[in-house]
Design a protein around this ligand. Structure first.
Ligand SMILES: *[C@@H]1O[C@H](CO)[C@@H](O)[C@H](O)[C@H]1NC(C)=O
Ligand SMILES: *[C@@H]1O[C@H](CO)[C@@H](O)[C@H](O)[C@H]1NC(C)=O
Ligand SMILES: *[C@@H]1O[C@H](CO)[C@@H](O)[C@H](O)[C@H]1NC(C)=O
Ligand SMILES: *[C@@H]1O[C@H](CO)[C@@H](O)[C@H](O)[C@H]1NC(C)=O
Ligand SMILES: *[C@@H]1O[C@H](CO)[C@@H](O)[C@H](O)[C@H]1NC(C)=O
Length: 411
């Protein structure tokens, strides 16, 4: 221990750059998985993948060759080697959610083009399981990850923990915990990407000056909406918002002073949460999602609302199709809430989950994912959701086609 302390001092006194210091701290065993040394290697791998024209993998042996000719330059608009932005994805996993979370992360990896960093908040007993699975997914150019314990502000920790399902309110604290992360896509464990994460990430750049976060409406059809019929607290818009897929510019969230109905003064994110819980705890049903609805009710100019196909739930089809955008373009992100991946209530949702779960990296996506899924969906046409298989297949088919058309054959 004293040796490490002395070494650390030496590092500092020697005036070594912060990079070396970070590398040392990692070697000293800070517990994080993404070692700084590997960061460097990863950036190099990514640049190489990028220059190679496909972040889907490092193809061929042409390697770090910057001059790739006009063809590549036009196609990928690579004028010079530059670091590529990392997309940050956060999830909170508790209880029996290991397999579901891993399947979600798998879907993110299959389709995404840019490097992903996973921030995984999980109960301690799940950490070993995640590490074991990630060790078998060895492609550093696609993803890196950090595992965190579930953490709450120490005062009121118990109160936060019992709010809603175990651990779900963790997401409210992400802007305060991940202080150095600019933007983040938070998703529930029961979502599946049928389209590159890059495409939802790109929405961040379209935020206007006041928007800080993006979510989908809770319902398309007010007649079956929950908030507009039952809520005993304010909620956003006509039918409220669903927080299962939440895109955040956390830099802006941390800076903003929020209007609220507790004091005349505007409050920062970190100051807002506990008073809000105290005021509304007897009136909220869906835990932290309700708190988000109250916040954005008072600050509507701060929310970017994306269409239902980015957060497609059984409610969009169980009483007949009501997500018009998904009929046109297909589902982009599937959200199997209420456990539908694991029971027989919505077999169309379950079929998509199983198809992605069954898939092994490196296998042919058409033969081992899309074709078996099409077969399975045929067996669900007796259900309202299964009656519209193209909604489930359209974007997925396109995403798979895009992967194969952008991957140079044979390197
Ligand atoms: C390439 O990107 C630059 C900067 O983003 C842009 O100005 C330029 O128009 C792009 N060129 C092509 C061919 O897309
Ligand atoms: C988030 O907002 C900050 C402050 O406005 C801005 O500098 C940053 O580029 C934004 N991040 C993204 C990914 O758009
Ligand atoms: C909670 O609900 C009750 C009954 O609908 C209502 O009278 C009360 O004002 C609500 N509390 C808050 C803080 O909105
Ligand atoms: C940004 O968009 C939101 C939602 O459409 C809107 O309420 C807000 O006024 C817009 N802000 C600016 C600065 O245009
Ligand atoms: C997934 O695998 C299971 C077990 O092998 C099989 O029964 C099921 O039909 C498969 N489902 C899909 C959609 O591929």
């Amino acid at each position: 221990m004293r040796r490490y302390v002395r070494l650390a001092l030496l590092c500092l006194l020697g005036g070594l750059c912060s990079l070396l210091y970070a590398a040392f701290c990692q070697l000293a065993g800070s517990g994080h998985t993404a070692a700084a040394g590997r960061h460097l290697q990863r950036d190099w791998m990514l640049q190489r993948a990028y220059v190679d024209g496909s972040a889907k993998g490092v193809h061929g042996a042409s390697g770090f060759d910057i001059d790739h000719g006009e063809h590549h330059r036009r196609r990928y608009n690579v004028t010079k080697v530059r670091p590529v932005e990392t997309m940050h994805l956060a999830v909170v996993a508790c209880g029996e959610r290991l397999e579901e979370t891993v399947t979600m992360l798998k879907s993110a990896i299959i389709f995404s083009k840019t490097l992903l960093h996973f921030h995984i908040f999980a109960e301690d007993q799940l950490h070993a399981g995640f590490k074991e699975i990630f060790n078998t997914w060895a492609f550093p150019e696609k993803f890196t990850y950090t595992l965190y314990p579930i953490t709450f502000p120490s005062e009121n920790a118990a109160e936060w923990k019992k709010l809603f399902k175990p651990c779900a309110s963790q997401r409210l604290f992400l802007p305060l915990i991940l202080k150095h992360v600019d933007s983040l896509l938070y998703v529930d464990t029961d979502i599946l990407f049928l389209r590159p994460v890059d495409d939802i990430w790109a929405l961040l750049k379209t935020f206007n000056a006041t928007q800080i976060a993006a979510m989908a409406p809770e319902h398309e059809e007010p007649r079956i909406g929950w908030y507009n019929r039952f809520a005993r607290h304010p909620y956003y818009g006509k039918t409220g918002i669903n927080s299962g897929v939440m895109l955040m510019n956390m830099t802006r969230m941390r800076r903003k002073h929020f209007k609220n109905d507790m004091t005349g003064a505007r409050l920062r994110w970190g100051e807002l949460l506990m008073p809000l819980l105290k005021k509304y705890k007897l009136n909220i049903t869906w835990g932290d999602q309700d708190l988000l609805n109250i916040m954005f009710y008072h600050n509507p100019e701060s929310l970017f609302v994306f269409p239902c196909q980015w957060n497609y739930r059984p409610d969009h089809c169980i009483y007949g199709s009501n997500c018009r955008e998904s009929e046109e373009e297909g589902i982009f992100i599937l959200h199997g809430n209420r456990g539908v991946y694991h029971d027989d209530k919505q077999p169309a949702f379950r079929a998509v989950y199983e198809a992605i779960k069954n898939y092994s990296f490196g296998s042919d996506l058409v033969q081992t994912l899309l074709d078996p899924l099409k077969l399975e969906l045929k067996r669900t046409v007796h259900t309202y959701c299964g009656r519209i298989p193209t909604v489930f297949l359209k974007q997925l088919t396109k995403s798979i086609e895009d992967i194969y058309s952008s991957t140079p054959k044979g390197g």
